[in-house]
Design a protein around this ligand. Structure first.
Ligand SMILES: [Zn+2]
Length: 381
C-alpha cells in the first residue's frame, strides 16, 4: 500500500510539471553523502565521467572501426540508428519515454524494484545483459539498485548536466538506451556505487528461463599462432576485426607451467604463442592465417629477425581437423607465393590438445604495448 501511495504521489508531481519532477525524483541520490574510502577502479571509471566535460551525450560518438566485444564475449558493437528504430517498435509509450528520451519513471512504480528472484536483467531494447540479481540491493530509493553491472563494458556513463546538477547518466553500451544514473552514495556495497535504473529500461530473465538470442555471448572459436616475440603479435591480433581476445603464452614444449625465464633459456621447446578467441560470424580461420603470415617472416627457421631460438619459431597449433586441413592447405599454397620465392616456409603445424597445452604468460606480458607503449615493426590489421 505504501508503495502505491508514493507512486500516485510521484505521478501527481510528474503531472504538475515534468521537468521539475525529474529533478525532485532524483533528489535523494544527487548529493551523495557516502562513498568515501571505497576507491575502486569501477568507481573511478564511472564517477570521473562526472567531471569529464568531454563526455557529453551526443558528442564524442565516433563509430568503432570494427566489431566490439566485452570480456564476457558479448558483441557490443553500437547498433545503427535504423536497427534501434526497428527494435523500438516493440516498446510501450512509457518505455519509449524512458529509454529513448532519458525519462524517469516515478519512484516505487517500476515492477522490478522489489524483485528478489535470481536471474539476469537485460536491456529492454536490445537484450544485452546489464545486471544480475547478485549485484542488486535494496537502496530504499524506489528504483531498482545495483552496485555493479554484469560487465563494465555493457554500461557506459555520460556526464549529465541537465536539471541544474551534474550527474552521471548510464546507458546500455550497445543501443545507447537510457537506463538511469549512477551515484557513489552506497558505501556499504562492494563498489560504493548505486546504479539507479528504471524498471522500464530492463527485462528480467529468471535463472532457468531461456535467454533471448541477442542476450547470449557470441559462439567463439579459438586459434593458436606462434610468430616470434608475442608482444607485437598479440597487439596486432587483438586489433584484428572479429578477434574478441588475444592472450600471450607458451605452447608446444614439454615443461609444465613454464615461466618466461625458462622460455628464455630456449630449452623448454615452448614457442611464444598467442591464443586468439574470435567470432566466426565476423572473421574466419583463413583470414587469420593470412594475417598471421603478414605479421612475420615464416621462412625464418627458429628465429624472427634478431630474436633467435626455438621459442621464436613459426608454428600453428590447430584446434580440430578443419583447422589442421586449412592450415596445411594454406601453407602449401603460400609456398608458391612470390613473396617466398626461393625460400622454404618453415612454419610447423601441430594439433593442440592433450599434452600440447597453452600456458598463459605472466601478467606483465599481457597487453604489453598497451601498457608500456612502443611498437613492433608489423603491419596493422
Ligand atoms: Zn541495449
Amino acid at each position: 500500500m505504501k508503495a502505491i501511495t508514493i507512486c500516485l504521489l510521484a505521478a501527481a508531481v510528474l503531472f504538475v510539471g515534468a521537468t521539475v519532477a525529474h529533478a525532485v525524483i532524483f533528489g535523494p541520490g544527487g548529493g551523495g553523502s557516502g562513498g568515501s574510502g571505497t576507491s575502486t577502479s569501477m568507481r573511478d571509471l564511472y564517477m570521473k565521467t562526472q567531471s569529464d566535460a568531454t563526455k557529453v551525450k551526443g558528442e564524442n560518438d565516433t563509430a568503432p572501426a570494427g566489431p566490439v566485444y566485452s570480456k564476457t564475449a558479448h558483441d557490443i558493437t553500437p547498433l545503427s540508428k535504423e536497427r534501434i528504430e526497428e527494435l523500438a517498435k516493440k516498446l510501450t509509450p512509457e518505455e519509449r519515454r524512458v529509454i529513448l528520451a532519458s525519462g524517469t519513471e516515478p519512484a516505487f512504480c517500476g515492477n522490478l524494484v522489489d524483485n528478489k528472484k535470481q536471474g539476469t536483467y537485460i536491456c529492454r531494447l536490445c537484450s544485452l545483459p546489464l545486471f544480475e540479481s547478485k549485484g542488486k540491493f535494496d537502496s530504499g530509493t524506489g528504483w531498482p539498485s545495483f552496485f555493479a553491472p554484469v560487465d563494465q563494458a555493457h554500461v557506459v556513463g555520460l556526464r549529465d548536466a541537465s536539471h541544474g546538477m551534474v550527474r552521471v547518466e548510464i546507458l546500455c553500451a550497445r543501443c545507447k538506451g537510457h537506463l538511469g544514473h549512477v551515484f557513489d552514495d552506497a558505501p556499504k556495497t562492494p563498489t560504493g556505487l548505486r546504479f539507479c535504473v528504471n524498471s522500464a529500461s530492463l527485462e528480467f530473465v529468471e535463472d532457468g528461463q531461456k535467454m533471448p538470442e541477442a542476450a547470449m555471448p557470441v559462439a567463439t572459436e579459438t586459434a593458436y599462432f606462434a610468430a616470434g616475440c608475442f608482444w607485437g603479435v598479440e597487439d596486432r591480433l587483438q586489433r584484428f576485426p572479429g578477434v574478441i581476445d588475444a592472450v600471450s603464452g607458451y605452447m608446444g614444449g614439454k615443461t609444465k607451467e613454464p615461466t618466461y625465464e625458462q622460455i628464455c633459456r630456449g630449452d623448454t621447446d615452448h614457442a611464444e604463442t598467442v591464443k586468439v578467441v574470435f567470432d566466426p560470424k565476423r572473421t574466419n580461420y583463413d583470414q587469420l592465417l593470412g594475417f598471421f603470415f603478414r605479421l612475420h617472416d615464416p621462412t625464418q627457421l627458429n628465429r624472427q629477425g634478431p630474436d633467435v631460438g626455438t621459442q621464436y619459431r613459426s608454428h600453428i597449433f590447430t584446434v580440430g581437423e578443419a583447422q589442421k586441413a586449412a592450415a596445411e592447405k594454406f601453407i602449401s599454397e603460400q609456398q608458391s607465393n612470390p613473396r617466398f620465392k626461393g625460400k622454404k616456409v618453415a612454419t610447423r603445424v601441430s594439433p593442440a590438445g592433450g599434452d600440447v597445452k597453452f600456458y598463459a604468460a605472466e601478467e606483465y606480458h599481457q597487453d604489453y604495448h598497451v601498457k608500456n607503449g612502443g611498437h613492433c615493426a608489423m603491419p596493422e590489421p
